[in-house]
Design a protein around this ligand. Structure first.
Ligand SMILES: C[S@@+](CC[C@H](N)C(=O)[O-])C[C@H]1O[C@@H](n2cnc3c(N)ncnc32)[C@H](O)[C@@H]1O
Length: 232
């Protein structure tokens, strides 16, 4: 930790990161429905691993900036990020969100219905890899934006199975890919770290994905996300 952080000596101080997020929170305010969605998830015993409000707002802005009409989310939890994303869509927009746990999906469904957006969201329950294959078999309309926020072990598989489901130019966001910096260790024992490293191998010189990774700090600590564009 440094007393007076500068660009040359950035702070390593999670208390300060949280305070800075609090300061900027005025730009990403939560309304009653977002607060209720977080609360319902908490009361239902879901883990506290949803995106932070500023990250939800970033997703919402990305969806707006890309003119997304169809959004695919992998990892629903209690529907918090789903709600941010759904609100970016035009009237005929749709979010399809994939969740392994029936209990999580049920909590999300209740919150999304209570927020008044339930009719525009499909929550598909089951292993995301299977749901992605099923969507491809159904030949669904292509997605414009994908948010990948489930188990990290299968990131490469999710990206491969996402490709047939998106339009050229689609944007993909993959959350939590820095793992407190553990990703730099080739032999790290955590299989989530290895999942990220397999994703990076896949993305390196991939003919259909153009990608970058940005490290982040904030109320959720130190991590980062990958931003991908799907090439024609
Ligand atoms: C980090 S949480 C998602 C948080 C949510 N996107 C948000 O920000 O509000 C990850 C979710 O992915 C789900 N998950 C884990 N493995 C999965 C799998 N194989 N298929 C589908 N969902 C999975 C977990 O049950 C959990 O609800």
């Amino acid at each position: 930790m440094t007393d007076s952080p500068t660009q040359d000596h950035p702070p390593d101080d999670s208390g300060l990161w949280a305070r800075v997020d609090d300061y900027f929170a005025v730009l990403a305010p939560e309304d009653d429905a977002l607060v209720a969605t977080r609360r319902r998830a908490d009361e239902a015993g879901l883990p506290d691993i949803a995106v932070a409000p500023n990250q939800g707002k970033l997703l919402q802005l990305l969806a707006t900036l890309t003119g997304a009409r169809r959004v695919l989310e992998i990892g629903t939890l209690g529907g918090y990020s789903t709600l941010w994303l759904t609100r970016a869509l035009p009237a005929d927009g749709r979010v399809v969100t994939l969740e392994l746990e029936q209990h999580h999906a049920q909590v999300a469904r209740e919150s999304l219905d209570a927020a008044g957006v339930g009719e525009r969201v499909d929550v598909l329950v089951g292993p995301a890899a299977d749901s992605l294959s099923a969507l491809a078999e159904q030949d669904v309309e292509p997605f414009d934006l994908v948010f990948v926020d489930a188990d990290k072990q299968q990131l490469a598989l999710y990206l491969e199975r996402t490709l047939p489901l998106v339009r050229p130019g689609a944007v993909v966001v993959v959350d939590n890919v820095v793992r407190l910096g553990a990703v730099v260790e080739p032999d790290h024992p955590d299989d989530r770290v290895q999942g990220v490293r397999r994703m990076v191998d896949l993305l390196t010189d991939h003919p259909r994905f153009d990608a970058t990774v940005v490290q982040t700090v904030g109320v959720k600590g130190y991590d980062g996300f990958a931003l991908l564009r799907v090439l024609p």
